[in-house]
Write a protein that binds this ligand. Structure first.
Ligand code: NAP
Length: 302
């Protein structure tokens, strides 16, 4: 019999890619959940149920109804500056809600896969492996680390997929990402300042979804770094994006983070070493250029 996976945040970028991937696999029955209506146009191959994960009773109700073998929590407050200025809402969604989900997973003996971030690190000595010591410098990072610790202290079977700067395209997206932002700005002939003093291993949303699904399929417990493997600055990512889409690079101005005043601090040098995921999961991400090509094909369709 097909095993049930309950996904939270299915309207999000990662959520949509997971719906696409898991709904096509007959070994699993997918229950996609997000707050409010289902915003995906493809409604076939899975069940949708609205779920606000900050509502404890709602989490219990939905978990009691479906009793899934697996839960993937992709819902979160992901806007780093918003987390800094709306700390209570951030804590409620990124920490308390994870407590509710973990408790419900304990009741139903469900395996919980939670998605975390490179922002749990201070960015002084990246790239990081899974054993590196976290030291967040933003409220978002603090909240995501607190959520990780809930899983680690729990008695459930758990895995944490940590990722970095996710890019991709999906339907009705609530926020943009580096590739889409650069592409749109240059198409609109708008000058953009892009920093050259931060370092990341940007992650194609499809790769992250596949990494998460591999964790579920292998029931791999513990922490996994699931990111791209190219170590790039945002400025380099912008140049590569312009080159791929044949857009005018003169609108990209090389800048540094001192020139920006943002509510939340950004860690300068993160990025992940992904050897564990390659070895244990058979994970193999696209290069950044290949990733842009995947996205470009979808831009034509969406
Ligand atoms: N994006 C990145 O660069 C990045 C980097 C590192 C780690 N991560 C982590 O990766 C995971 C997925 O991120 P993403 O990029 O897919 O984020 P996203 O596109 O912002 O998706 C998050 C989804 O969560 C939903 N949501 C918000 N509040 C909710 C609630 N109370 N109940 C249920 N659903 C709720 C949002 O709904 P609405 O669409 O209705 O707002 C949204 O669809 C997150 O855990 C994030 O922390 C992301």
């Amino acid at each position: 019999m097909a095993k049930k996976i309950l996904l939270t945040g299915s309207n999000g970028l990662l959520g949509q890619k997971l719906v696409e991937l898991v709904s096509q696999n007959s070994d699993y029955e997918l229950i996609a959940t997000s707050r409010g209506e289902n915003r995906l146009s493809n409604k076939l191959g899975y069940t949708y149920h609205s779920l606000d994960i900050t509502d404890k009773a709602d989490v219990e109700l939905v978990m009691d109804k479906f009793k899934p073998e697996f839960v993937i929590n992709s819902a979160a407050m992901t806007n780093v500056d918003q987390c800094e200025t709306q700390k209570d809402e951030c804590w409620q969604l990124n920490v308390r809600a994870v407590e509710y989900i973990a408790e419900a997973c304990q009741k139903h003996k469900s395996f919980l896969l939670h998605v975390s971030t490179d922002f749990i690190f201070d960015g002084e000595d990246g790239p990081y492996d899974e054993e590196a010591i976290p030291k967040p410098i933003s409220y978002y990072g603090t909240s995501k680390l607190a959520a990780e610790r809930i899983l680690m202290k729990s008695k459930i079977d758990w895995a944490i997929a940590r990722t970095v700067l996710v890019y991709g395209i999906a339907e009705d997206m609530s926020r943009t990402n580096i590739v889409l932002w650069v592409k749109k700005s240059l198409e609109d002939k708008k000058t953009i300042q892009v920093v050259n003093d931060q370092w990341r291993t940007p992650t194609l949303a499809e790769d992250l979804a596949l990494g998460c699904f591999l964790i579920i399929q292998k029931e791999a417990t513990g922490i996994y770094n699931i990111s791209g493997s190219d170590f790039l600055s945002p400025y380099q990512m912008a140049i590569k994006t312009a080159e791929y889409f044949n857009l005018d690079k003169q609108y990209i101005v090389e800048s540094d983070s001192k020139k920006f005043t943002q509510p939340a601090k950004r860690p300068p040098k993160t990025g992940f070493i992904i050897d564990k995921a390659i070895k244990n999961l058979g994970y193999k991400p696209h290069t950044f250029n290949e990733g842009i090509a995947v996205l470009a094909k979808q831009v034509a369709v969406l």
